[in-house]
Design a protein around this ligand. Structure first.
Ligand SMILES: [Zn+2]
Length: 411
């Protein structure tokens, strides 16, 4: 087996052991573990021979420069933040493999027609501020000023958190690679779904990434004593939220061929056993490959929420935090990737859409994107059981080396 595969697995383990929680892997944007992981990535990139830059949102950029005048940038990237109780592969696999891909070219002293950037994005999951793609949005020049006011669960703002990485967070807006300087983007990621396992395939092409909407829903009731408030005189925010969440499930199930809908996070005030819940805030995540349909169903869910709030006399606040349209992977890059897969001996690789969002979504606003999915065991992800085999990692490494060769040839 390629000696690099052992190093990739070893590094996945090392990065996977850096957590803010002693019982599980959790590495949200801007935490101690997040900074520690960043330092390790800087070290690995330096060891690979890359010139390393850390930007103002915490992205780590390793660059292998081209000698060609006015060369454009080709980026291989993924993210190093995680969800709570995460697996070791989601994100880090794409970064660590990117470092190996660059290191091979540096060792061979290869003259590149483009600047090769390996980028570790600081936030993709959005677990802390409910704003996905903070890292890639800065690189794409899509970072929004009003995000700086977003607060985490403890009330700390994003701008205060960014001070971990930057004295001057206004500089975030200068961290972008300007649109005209991009050549393209490539991301290697575990599939996070069951298709490759079912078809017994190590890898596949990605055709598109589903559209996604993230909404914060707040239910405002009235707190009261759990012992003295009669049932018919209550304004229980948690009961209203519960009724709505079951509607979300019902709606998602009714349209399951085209849509998924999830409530994954909830805060209850005062979260006390003998007090009627006064305020409930929860997330709502809706995704579909069909953007028009996604909007239609999101409107329908908002209507249902309004009906529940009126029926129960509970206040409702519906705040759209982020919407991302469906994006297509670039045909030319996909053809090169398919050719690379063929060259390592896999004929007719399949192509599937991604239900999960990826940094490629943000980058697609400024550059052609491409993605390679790697089989993960039983399709499990966002879970400590997440696993990709050394054999499959080796296949994806071979494909990626070949992809870079093809890219060098045509540019
Ligand atoms: Zn990911």
């Amino acid at each position: 087996m390629d000696i690099r595969v052992g190093r990739i697995i070893n590094r996945l383990e090392q990065l996977g052991s850096i957590s803010d929680n002693s019982d599980c892997l959790s590495r949200f944007f801007g935490t101690n573990a997040h900074s520690k992981a960043k330092d390790l990535l800087v070290l690995w990139m330096q060891q690979a021979g890359l010139k390393v830059l850390c930007d103002n949102i915490g992205n780590v950029r390793g660059i292998y420069k081209s000698n060609v005048e006015n060369a454009k940038h080709f980026v291989i990237g993924s993210h190093y933040d995680t969800v709570f109780n995460a697996g070791k592969f989601d994100g880090p696999l794409g970064i660590i493999m990117g470092i190996e891909i660059a290191q091979r070219l540096i060792k061979e002293n290869k003259d590149l027609p483009f600047h090769l950037n390996i980028i570790s994005f600081s936030d993709e999951e959005g677990s802390r501020f409910n704003t996905a793609y903070l890292g890639s949005s800065a690189l794409a020049g899509e970072f929004k000023q009003d995000w700086l006011l977003r607060k985490d669960d403890s009330g700390k703002t994003l701008s205060d958190t960014i001070r971990n990485y930057s004295e001057n967070f206004e500089a975030i807006f200068n961290d972008k690679i300007p649109k005209q300087d991009w050549l393209g983007y490539y991301e290697i990621h575990i599939e996070q779904g069951p298709v490759l396992c079912e078809k017994d395939l190590p890898i596949c092409l990605v055709s598109s990434i589903a559209s996604q909407t993230r909404i914060n829903v707040n239910w405002q009731g009235v707190s009261g004593h759990a012992g003295t408030s009669p049932m018919n005189l209550r304004y229980d925010a948690l009961c209203a939220a519960s009724e709505f969440i079951l509607e979300v499930e019902k709606t998602g199930t009714a349209y399951q061929d085209k849509l998924v809908a999830t409530v994954g996070k909830m805060n209850v005030l005062s979260n006390t056993s003998n007090v009627i819940p006064e305020l409930v805030c929860h997330s709502l995540d809706v995704r579909s490959a069909d953007e028009g349909f996604l909007n239609q169903i999101t409107d329908l869910l908002q209507k249902k929420a309004k009906q529940i709030s009126e029926k129960r006399n509970i206040g409702l606040k519906w705040e759209i935090m982020q919407t991302n349209p469906a994006v297509l992977c670039d045909n030319q890059l996909k053809d090169l990737l398919r050719k690379s897969i063929n060259k390592i001996g896999i004929t007719n690789p399949i192509e599937i859409p991604s239900g999960a969002g990826h940094d490629a979504v943000m980058i697609s606003k400024v550059a052609p994107i491409s993605m390679l999915f790697v089989r993960c065991k039983d399709g499990i992800s966002h879970n400590p059981e997440e696993y990709a085999s050394p054999e499959d990692i080796e296949v994806s490494l071979k494909v990626s080396d070949q992809f870079l060769e093809e890219l060098i040839k045509v540019n």
